[in-house]
Ligand binder design. Sequence first.
Ligand code: DHB
Length: 311
Amino acid sequence: MISTATKIADFNFGNCLMNAAGVYCMTREELAEIEASAAGSFVTKTATLEARTGNPEPRYADTHLGSINSMGLPNKGFNYYLDYVTELQKQADTKNHFLSLVGMSQKETHTILKQVQASDYQGLVELNLSCPNVPGKPQIAYDFETTEEILSQVFSYYKKPLGVKLPPYFDIVHFDQAAAVFNTFPLAFVNCINSIGNGLVVDDEAVVIKPKNGFGGIGGDYVKPTALANVHAFYQRLNPSIQIIGTGGVKSGRDAFEHILCGASMVQIGTALHQEGPAIFERITKELKDIMADKGYETLEDFRGQLKYMN
Ligand code: DHB
């Protein structure tokens, strides 16, 4: 019997595939569709203290090789998502979930997380340190000092399972420095990667999205090698208690297989889910199981992290 079941911290998931934050997760209705699909979990749209309308439209475009977006953190305010995951948690046959959060300032991040700490929610939180699309706000995780400061403060009061969503890093020294920071905290997981920030797609003579004169986060085929590199770099460097969620460029069972081979315990689907809808989870699960069957693997543990090097 081949299984794609997995575990993050103390939470079990019947399938390792789920949505990536930002895709199919803005409303209860979208989240309910992921819940009803073959996905093992869902993560909610990254939420701020107050609801936001985000950047002007068009702010997402599909391209031949993926997507570009500059949504600008539109969301319904964190209480909307906290209420929904807390409600689901009370149901007998529920899946486990991830609540994605970040403040518009450090102060706001702490206000939100203190409320989640005090709430009935017992599930996982993904603190998003990598939103590239809010004008004037740099990605937190590219500033290691600020990252360290935020995490030290967070872990002084936040005692529930928490992980971080990371932007891609592109230099070995940055993998070393980032991992050294994360290894000092009791993180449940790191999620690699968010979109490659601030790309530019040109169609004929014009940009394809309106905000920031066309600059936006890149996802899809373009990002898979960068995603795999980040998954594997952190798999090699982090304490084994910090698990890896792999995100970036997954549109087939083969892509998911590669993320797991590089060290991922769970695999998220963004651009391809946007393009194909929640039925994608059934397709990719089957493709992944077929690959596992071909290779004689029965569980993800049989090949997770087992990437082969040349000697
Ligand atoms: C948005 C984009 C991101 O990549 C992210 O991590 C958070 C928010 C956005 O533009 O809404």
